[in-house]
Ligand binder design. Structure first.
Ligand code: GLV
Length: 322
């Protein structure tokens, strides 16, 4: 029997890539991310595409005439770059890689809380620029996170892991708002109180950390109006998707002191970072590092390989989203 033809649209960590190359008729694109035309072409050439968030799988691409693809196995947990309704209509299965990147991404949320609250990027830039004149009781004073209120907007796996870590590390009081209220035993275990609206959460939080999915429903949920609801001492942290935040409104809020600082790992039009944010000392800007550890990236690759293998051997596909 012919082995299924699969395309890895980006290089994978070694273990999963080697395994896929050995067990499937696999091709690797190790050049630039594929263009829409190349993705459409790939739709007609392969049985499965192993995609990443840089591959925009639009309705047009998914409906490519003569498409052969039956599985899109995404390397990553977020999948708003894949039009799942169009995939469903075309009878294409879509999978993602949940669980394995939860802790790493929550760690980045905590890192951003610390970097913003203690002004780490600004302070290091100042030292490297030769501006450090020695210890002083007054310069570069940050804010303590100890006992402050953490508001989590979105309370899935990563939001919950962030709650657990922030409570353990800083004794933070945890509030959350999400589409679905979680079960009382989860709230009790995490010491998290549900708040009815995002507006109320924004108003009560010292740190507002975003953990909702991307896509049309959450587009610019953090806008000028919501930022005005926040405390002037508050910090915004985004490890979710850049599209959730109106970046121009955020830059304005940071500049005018509407809020105190922001720590971002994601941007609306990656890899573009708005110059207005680059200019601000109270914005900590990381280049989408959420899952970027050797261990996590390897585990994500293995999860993709498991999804591909389950699909083609007719077993239940655990990470199926469509
Ligand atoms: C990364 O952002 C992911 O969705 O896995």
């Amino acid at each position: 029997m012919q082995r299924p033809k699969i395309l890895l649209t980006r290089p994978f960590p070694p273990k999963a890539q080697t395994w896929l190359m050995e067990h499937y008729d696999a091709t690797l694109n190790d050049g630039a991310p594929l263009t829409p035309a190349q993705l459409a072409e790939a739709m007609t050439q392969y049985d499965a595409l192993c995609t990443a968030l840089t591959d925009r799988m639009t309705a047009d691409i998914l409906a490519t005439p003569g498409a052969r693809v039956r599985l899109i196995a995404n390397y990553g947990v977020g999948y708003e770059h894949i039009d799942t309704a169009a995939a469903k209509a075309a009878g294409i299965t879509v999978t993602n890689t949940p669980d394995v990147l939860t802790e790493a991404t929550a760690d980045i949320a905590l890192l951003l809380m610390l970097m913003t609250s203690r002004r780490a990027s600004e302070a290091e830039r100042s030292l490297r620029a030769g501006h450090w004149k020695g210890w002083s009781a007054k310069v570069l004073l940050g804010q303590s996170l100890e006992g402050k209120t953490l508001g989590l907007a979105g309370f899935g796996r990563i939001g919950q892991a962030t709650a657990r870590k922030a409570r353990a590390a800083f004794g933070m009081t945890v509030l959350y708002h999400s589409r679905h209220r979680v079960a009382p035993d989860i709230e009790a275990a995490l010491g998290a109180d549900y708040v009815e609206t995002l507006d109320e959460l924004a108003a009560r939080s010292d740190v507002l950390s975003l953990h909702m999915p991307g896509g049309a429903e959450t587009h610019h949920r953090v806008n000028a109006r919501l930022l005005k609801r926040m405390k002037s001492t508050a910090i915004l942290v985004n490890t979710a998707r850049g599209s959730v935040v109106d970046e121009a409104a955020l830059a304005d809020a940071l500049k005018t002191g509407t809020i105190w600082a922001a720590g971002l790992d994601v941007y609306e039009h990656e890899p573009e970072v708005p110059p207005a944010l680059l200019d601000l000392d109270n914005a900590v800007l990381l280049p989408h590092l959420g899952s970027a550890t050797v261990e996590t990236r390897e585990a994500m690759g293995i999860r993709v390989a498991q999804n591909v293998d389950a699909f083609f051997s007719g077993k239940p596909v655990h990470d199926r989203v469509v």
